[in-house]
Design a protein around this ligand. Structure first.
Ligand code: DGL
Length: 261
C-alpha cells in the first residue's frame, strides 16, 4: 500500500497521477484539513503534523510514503527520512525543467511562503543556471482559497500573476500541489505564450519506480480517503474539481491524530 498525504485536497492531484502510473497499488490518502493550510503553520508544527501522519500511515501497513505537499516536503522530508526506514518520496517545485525550457530566461515559481523560505528550497536554487532569473511568487491565501473559499481564487490569481507578462516570464511553475486543481483558471489569466510547469506526473513516475519492488503483497486495490476535519467537507471539495471526478463516490472517513505542539 502507498500512503499519501497533504494539508488538504491538493495532494489529490498527485494521487491522481499515482493512480495512473501504479494502477495495481492500494492507496491510502490523508488530508490534514484540520491543520490546513500548512503555509500558515510554523515549521515545527508542519514537521510534527508530517511526523504524526507518516507514523500513522506506516502503522496502517504502507510500504512507501508520498509527501504530496511542497511545504511539508521542504520542511520535513530530511528529518522524516532519518526517523523512518521506508522510502519517502516528496515533491518540489519544478524549477529545473522550467529553467531548461525557458527561452526568455525568466521563470516564475508559485508556492507557499513556507516553501520559498525553506532551506531545502534555497539549496534547490543554489548553483542554479546562472543565466536564468527566478521570480519567487509567494501565493499567500491561494491554497486556502482553493480548499475553502473558491470565490477568492480569481482575485488572488490576478494579484499574483499580473506582473509576469511585463517581466518577460515564459514559464510558470506550480510549486504547490493545490494549484493544478485550478490550472484552467490559471490558463485563462496567463498569456497563451506562458507555459505552465506541473511536475505531478514526474513524481508519480518516481513513486512507480520506488514502489514496484515493495508492492508484491496481494493488497486489495482500494483507494481510501481520510481527513482530520469533517468527511463531508472533503467529499464536497472532491465534487468541486473535475479532475478529481474519479474519486467521487469514495467515502472519506475521519482521522483524529491529536494536536501539534
Ligand atoms: N499543497 C500544499 C503544498 O504543496 C500545501 C499548501 C498549504 O497547505 O498551504 O505546498
Amino acid at each position: 500500500m502507498i500512503g499519501v498525504f497533504d494539508s488538504g485536497v491538493g495532494g489529490l492531484t498527485v494521487l491522481t497521477q499515482i493512480r495512473q502510473r501504479v494502477p495495481d497499488a492500494a492507496l491510502l490518502y490523508v488530508a490534514d484539513q484540520a491543520y490546513s493550510p500548512y503555509g500558515d503553520l510554523s515549521e515545527a508544527q508542519v514537521f510534527e503534523r508530517s511526523r504524526l501522519i507518516t507514523q500513522w500511515l506506516i502503522g496502517q501497513g504502507c510500504a512507501v510514503i508520498v509527501i504530496a505537499c511542497n511545504t511539508a516536503t521542504a520542511i520535513a522530508i530530511d528529518q522524516l527520512r532519518s526517523l523512518f526506514s521506508i522510502p519517502i518520496v516528496g515533491v518540489e517545485p519544478g524549477v529545473k525543467p522550467a529553467a531548461l525550457s525557458s527561452r526568455t530566461g525568466k521563470v516564475a515559481i508559485l508556492a507557499t511562503e513556507n516553501t520559498l523560505a525553506s532551506q531545502r528550497y534555497r539549496r534547490l536554487m543554489a548553483g542554479f543556471l546562472p543565466n536564468v532569473t527566478v521570480l519567487n511568487q509567494a501565493c499567500s491565501g491561494l491554497a486556502d482559497a482553493i480548499e475553502f473559499r473558491p470565490t477568492e481564487i480569481p482575485a488572488l490569481l490576478d494579484k499574483y500573476t499580473s506582473a509576469f507578462e511585463a517581466e518577460g516570464v515564459d514559464q510558470v511553475v506550480l510549486g504547490c500541489t493545490h494549484y493544478p486543481l485550478i490550472i484552467e483558471e490559471l490558463k485563462r489569466v496567463l498569456p497563451a505564450a506562458i507555459n505552465i510547469v506541473d511536475t505531478s506526473d514526474a513524481i508519480a513516475q518516481e513513486v512507480a519506480r520506488r514502489a514496484a519492488p515493495l508492492l508484491l503483497t496481494k493488497d486489495a486495490v482500494t483507494v481510501s480517503l481520510r481527513t482530520t476535519a469533517k468527511p463531508q467537507e472533503m467529499e464536497r471539495m472532491i465534487k468541486r474539481y473535475s479532475s478529481l471526478a474519479w474519486l467521487q463516490g469514495i467515502p472519506a472517513a475521519s482521522l483524529n491524530l491529536g494536536n501539534p505542539e
